[in-house]
Design a protein around this ligand. Structure first.
Ligand code: KE4
Length: 427
């Protein structure tokens, strides 16, 4: 594959953009490669500036569940932008989006639009603290909720860890109220509740962990969080930025039949345009300005273009119900890779929930971050490079989820498995 133009563009980009990218993971540093510069996408494919075609399993990190440049979404955005891009005033589209989300997600009475998943989780945390008048937050090691100061915390090996910042520029005071537990381990949550109970405002969790690969909740884990939060008056926040409308039209909360108190959304609900949302029980949401004392705002929140793209995406998902096909395609792909790695006796552990999936290069079973980190990242890097040069575009990190879209064909899946098979002799 020729990447000459991408390399020139990357050199140019790095002169004026830190690392040449507007989000770190795109820089391909963890796979020691230069990233291809993408010029267009259609369906399951994306194309780089050197004319290379890729079958795309990143899908913009989740939003493109219908595939790229879906005709109905393209039309909706074109038709909307011709009437003006933004007004900073109420529009019907925002009501339609709010009604759609509240109808789709069992736990939503009300919802507020924002412009990213980070804004959604940041706002939900502030709202939970304002509603409970408590300070502490429990998160789980390996779960990522955007670059919110208070949530940039990695747990240490211990279950009861007072948060220490995971990024420069975050004063310890900003994370001193962040407690870190172990995903799928209710005893680590009990330790924190026993120690800090009445001080804990919220537990925030990815109901399916998609930022340390893909880790499903173990049976009883989400139910256990629900029970504990109800008992201790703690706000249960499901961060469904990734899982919302991904693992089911009603998200993980429908799939696992758990009602959180607040839900954070993003990605798919914007159809590829900048978006986020947070919503939940009316009695909590009514603490938000202008009704209540918890301030939150945004110039482009509920932006007509993002609403148009998001609404068209949701309406298409509801009308066409691609979820059975997504399940089938992702299972075919995941099982195919699992079989290949087993036949070649390469240690691996494959996970999948709906159309989000991951292959860990470890012999361990992966139910939490510590186990995920036993993966052989050097082997992953070789696999990634082998797949990329064969036209398969995977997430450039062992600790990310892969996504199958409704546009992926049987040929795409078979070509992907053929590429994986060819890679095995190289890893
Ligand atoms: P954004 O602020 O990037 O829109 O959303 C943050 C976020 C919040 N919650 C969950 C569960 C998320 O997965 C994310 C963002 N996901 C990453 C991919 N793992 C975005 C990719 C990137 O950072 O460039």
């Amino acid at each position: 594959m020729n990447h000459a133009t991408s390399k020139k563009l990357f050199d140019r980009a790095r002169k004026v953009i830190p690392g040449g990218v507007n989000s770190p993971v795109r820089a391909y540093r963890s796979v020691n490669l230069d990233p291809p510069f993408i010029i267009r996408g259609r369906g399951s494919k994306i194309y780089d500036v050197d004319g290379n075609e890729y079958i795309d399993y990143v899908g913009s990190w989740g939003p493109m569940i219908l595939g790229h440049a879906h005709p109905a979404v393209v039309y909706a955005v074109r038709e909307r932008v011709a009437r003006g891009a933004s007004f900073g005033a109420p529009t019907i589209l925002e009501i339609e989006m709010a009604e759609e989300l509240c109808e789709a997600l069992p736990s939503l009475d009300m919802v507020r639009m924002v412009n990213s998943g980070t804004e959604a989780t940041m706002s939900a945390i502030r709202l939970a603290r304002g509603y409970t008048n408590r300070k502490k937050i429990i998160k789980f090691a390996g779960c990522y909720h955007g670059h919110v100061d208070a949530l940039l915390v990695e747990a240490g090996s211990g279950a009861t860890t007072l948060g220490v910042p995971d990024s420069a520029g975050v004063p310890p005071e900003f994370t001193s109220n962040t407690l870190s537990a172990i995903y799928n381990d209710l005893s680590s949550v009990d330790e924190l509740i026993n120690s800090f109970g009445q001080e804990i405002a919220a537990i925030i969790v990815e109901p399916v962990a998609g930022n340390m690969g893909t880790i499903p909740p173990q049976p009883g884990f989400l139910e256990g969080l629900r029970e504990r939060c109800t008992k201790a008056g703690i706000v249960l926040i499901f961060d469904e930025v990734m899982t919302g409308f991904r693992v089911a039209y009603g998200g993980a909360q429908l799939l696992y039949e758990i009602k959180p108190d607040l839900t954070c959304l993003g990605k798919i609900i914007g159809g590829g345009l900048p978006v986020g949302a947070f919503g939940g029980r009316r009695e909590i949401m009514e603490h938000l300005a202008p009704l209540g004392a918890v301030y939150q705002a945004g110039t482009l929140s509920g932006n007509p273009l993002a609403m148009a793209a998001g609404l068209e995406t949701l309406r298409t998902l509801k009308k066409e119900n691609p979820y059975p096909k997504l399940e089938e395609s992702a299972a075919y792909l995941g099982d195919g890779i699992n079989t290949l790695l087993t036949e070649h006796e390469i240690p691996h552990y494959c996970t999948r929930v709906g159309s989000m999936l991951c292959t860990y290069f470890t012999a361990a079973e992966v139910h939490n971050y510590e186990a995920a980190k036993t993966s052989d990242c050097a082997r992953f890097t070789k696999f990634f490079a082998g797949m990329l040069k064969r036209g398969i575009y995977l997430a450039p990190s062992q600790f990310e989820a892969g996504f199958v879209s409704a546009a992926h064909s049987q040929d795409d899946l078979d070509l992907t498995l053929e590429a994986a098979k060819a890679c095995l002799s190289e890893i």
